[in-house]
Design a protein around this ligand. Structure first.
Ligand code: FA5
Length: 340
């Protein structure tokens, strides 16, 4: 029986080694351990072995069973991991791994940061869940002021802070203005704040979650030409030298005077087309920091002045790539995203 057991083991190892599919492996299992399998037949013969030898043979049978089962298990995991028992053909051409790339929004953020870094702006990050105080109050937008409706804010159901008010999902990156003034204390300040913003809006040019980049520069003798020069530098670097900016009078509670910044349309280069109508497309809001905002940040408006701007990243991308609907950026359709 000892000899037969050894033969069975050798045979089983060879059979297991030669199969290439799990189906064949199941067949080998049946041939060995099935009702009339080789191992089962051998076990049945144990009764004919002299009593004195039975414990030893029984032990050998158990060891053989364990070994065969280990071989089967090893082979099964190799097959299910896709490794066949056939030797590897090292001359076969390799499979190319598909390499992805950063999402369009992340690419734009990297580019914007690098442009403003060259102008000495440092990247800061402020809360996404923000107190009413920083999102509105310190920006000269008191409670119940109708201008706050433009921000279509999401409010958080939480206990209001006795001084800072309710919590909101920050509707713009301007919440970073007073926070940055309080952090730096004494100007100069050159902050770039890039963050997710939330508003209850959705259509081809609005998404409920979007990104803004906010610039804040406070120093002595800062004036409108500094603001315009900064925008021109950014536009040339980001969109190319053929695109120019213009300031259009506007109203924000936290800047005075305030402007909307337009850039020449990338489709018609300023001549006027179906996409832009006037030859210009809007980049975002800007203005000279309101004295009340400087005071809220504990900065003396008699000594210092500054400018601020807040622009949407998705719209800025749309202006560069001429995609007609910014919602495409968040549909995760790889056929769209891989084009950029
Ligand atoms: C603001 O949010 C002001 N905080 C900007 C500002 C900062 C003005 C500093 C002055 C000084 P506005 O609501 O216009 O302004 O938004 C600015 C830009 O954010 C828009 O021009 C647009 O590009 C982008 N934006 C606003 N709402 C959405 C939205 N729902 N989806 C995508 N982009 C949006």
């Amino acid at each position: 029986m000892d000899k037969e057991l050894k033969e069975l083991l050798t045979h089983a190892r060879a059979r297991i080694g030669s199969v290439n599919t799990t189906k064949d492996l199941d067949q080998v299992y049946i041939e060995i351990f099935g009702k009339s399998g080789e191992f089962t037949t051998l076990t049945k013969q144990l009764g004919q072995v002299p009593k004195s030898k039975r414990p030893k043979i029984g032990q050998l049978l158990n060891e053989a069973k364990k070994e065969i089962e280990q071989h089967l298990e090893k082979k099964r995991s190799a097959l299910s991991a896709g490794r066949s028992a056939t030797p590897i053909d090292i001359t076969a051409p390799g499979e190319k791994t598909k390499i992805g790339h950063l999402h369009l929004v992340s690419q734009a953020i990297e580019e914007i940061v690098s442009i403003f870094k060259q102008l000495g702006f440092s990247l800061q990050s402020y809360p996404e869940v923000e107190w009413d105080w920083y999102a509105f109050e310190t920006l000269n937008m008191p409670k119940n002021h109708p201008a706050r409706d433009d921000w279509e804010t999401f409010f958080i159901k939480s206990k209001p802070h006795p001084n800072l008010g309710n919590q909101v999902l920050t509707p713009h990156t301007s919440n970073g203005q007073v926070r940055e003034m309080l952090r730096v204390k004494t100007p100069p300040i050159r902050m770039l704040n890039i963050a997710r913003c939330y508003r209850r809006q959705i259509d081809i040019s609005h998404t409920p979650m979007f990104h803004q980049f906010e610039g804040l520069l406070v120093d002595k003798n800062v004036s409108i030409p500094d603001l315009k020069g900064t925008f021109d530098y950014f536009t040339t670097r980001f969109f190319g030298p053929e695109r120019v900016t213009r300031l259009r009078q506007h109203h924000f509670r936290f800047t005075e005077p305030s402007f909307e910044v337009d850039v020449t349309c990338g489709v018609c280069m300023g001549r006027g087309c179906r996409f832009c109508k006037s030859g210009w497309v809007e980049l975002g809001g800007s203005g000279m920091v309101h004295p009340r905002v400087l005071r809220a940040g504990k900065i003396d408006p008699e000594v210092y002045s500054g400018f601020a701007f807040g622009w949407g990243i998705e719209r800025t991308i749309a202006m560069k790539t001429n995609i007609g609907d910014i919602r495409l950026l968040y549909q995760n359709d790889i056929r769209f995203l891989e084009q950029f």
